[in-house]
Design a protein around this ligand. Structure first.
Ligand SMILES: [Zn+2]
Length: 391
């Protein structure tokens, strides 16, 4: 990448404009399923900048997705910049900038990142920097669970509003994740027939739902040890996890129900159905052995994916990261699930998650350094230039 272009991009990123955009988004509350006003605000900001803004219902007319295309006028690759405008359901924290740090609801997850994407878009247009191809900016809602069900991303994919690769500004600055695990949330509700009864009055052979819950947890833990063998340097390993168990009213009463909740994560792309079948079999065995009924609610949140380290988006990103920071980013795994899993697993497009080194996501203490927003805005703009230069 020519040094002059890098310098031009660096000089064109406007710190105050970036802060103003981030603050405008943060000060418009947008808990998941109520992000309409924040989407409207973003659309107004982009329209005031002279971008042709499209609004698309995308299966959620309460907050139509915000879509902007920045074409170069020459055929080539399309890089998508995609962010979610909704935030988790916590009390609203208004924005404030103090000592170079932006605080407030969504500052880290991910309105700061969206503001950086917008700033990158402005700079690309002002410098007429895209040699070929185009950038497609999309911002949507329905991301954060359990309130949202990702319907807008699915709709954007169905409607073809996707690029050849996508960048997502979630709060992961290091490493560069080349793989994401699939995740399912499960709830096993173990029941027996008959009413709750005093311990000493139990009829002979009465199934014990607490013992069945314990057996289920032990089986899941033993399975986890075997699953660890399925590992990959950039994806981590398969796992089971139990985070909650609930049963019983008092110490000497035999309860009728025991609920076990947790997760199952896997690294092998497109193996979600096989993983679910195996999970159901384990639960059926425990039910049969304990004489209980087990109702299993098993909800797949996203499938596993991998990106080729040689793919053009990874090369373009590393070129940009090197230009901005002096070195390529180490490759690694993505600890969480994000919309990248959906884009990669459902639409088959390589999805790169890279964002500011921000803290406090999903808490009342979100904080992102403005310097980090400046850094990622440069990285996004330079990634687009490098990616769109290719064939
Ligand atoms: Zn997020």
């Amino acid at each position: 990448m020519p040094d002059t272009l890098h310098e031009q991009v660096a000089q064109s990123i406007d710190r105050q404009r970036l802060i103003d955009t981030a603050v405008a988004l943060v000060e418009t509350p947008s808990p998941t399923r109520s992000a309409g006003p924040a989407a409207d605000r973003l659309a107004q900001i982009l329209a005031a900048d002279g971008f042709p803004v499209q609004r698309r219902d995308a299966d959620w007319p309460h907050a139509p997705a915000v879509v902007v295309s920045l074409p170069s006028g020459k055929p080539g690759r399309t890089l998508q910049f995609d962010g979610h405008l909704d935030t988790v359901h916590l009390p609203f924290v208004p924005p404030r900038v103090e000592d170079g740090i932006l605080y407030g609801s969504g500052a880290s997850d991910m309105k700061g990142g969206i503001a950086a994407l917008v700033e990158a878009l402005r700079v690309l247009r002002a410098l007429d920097a895209l040699p070929k191809g185009s950038v497609l900016f999309t911002a949507h809602e329905h991301h954060e669970g359990p309130w949202g069900d990702r319907r807008q991303v699915y709709a954007l994919i169905r409607e073809g509003l996707i690029g050849d690769a996508v960048m997502l500004p979630e709060y992961l600055a290091d490493p560069l994740p080349l793989a994401g695990r699939g995740v399912a949330i499960f709830q096993a509700t173990i029941r027996r027939e008959g009413p709750a009864v005093h311990e000493v009055l139990r009829p002979p052979g009465l199934p014990d739902v607490v013992a069945a819950g314990a057996l289920l947890i032990n089986r899941l833990h033993a399975w986890r040890e075997r699953l660890k063998q399925n590992h990959h340097p950039y994806a981590g390993h398969d796992s089971t996890f139990v985070g909650a168990i609930q049963a019983g009213e008092i110490y000497n009463q035999s309860p009728t129900e025991c609920v076990v909740q947790g997760t199952r994560r896997w690294i092998t792309p497109a193996s979600g159905e096989a993983v679910q079948t195996e999970f159901e079999r384990l639960v059926t065995e425990v039910a049969a052995e304990t004489g209980t009924d087990i109702e299993l609610a098993y909800s797949v949140q996203g499938d596993a994916y991998r990106i080729d380290a040689d793919s053009p988006i990874v090369q373009a990103f590393q070129q940009a990261h090197t230009a901005v920071t002096g070195s390529a980013l180490p490759l690694g795994a993505k600890p969480f699930l994000d919309d990248g899993n959906t884009y990669a697993a459902q639409a088959g497009i390589p999805a790169l998650t890279h964002g500011p080194a921000a803290t406090g996501a999903h808490t009342l203490h979100e904080a992102v350094p403005v310097d980090e927003l400046m850094r990622v805005a440069k990285v996004y703009a330079l990634t687009a230039i490098a990616y769109c230069s290719g064939q």
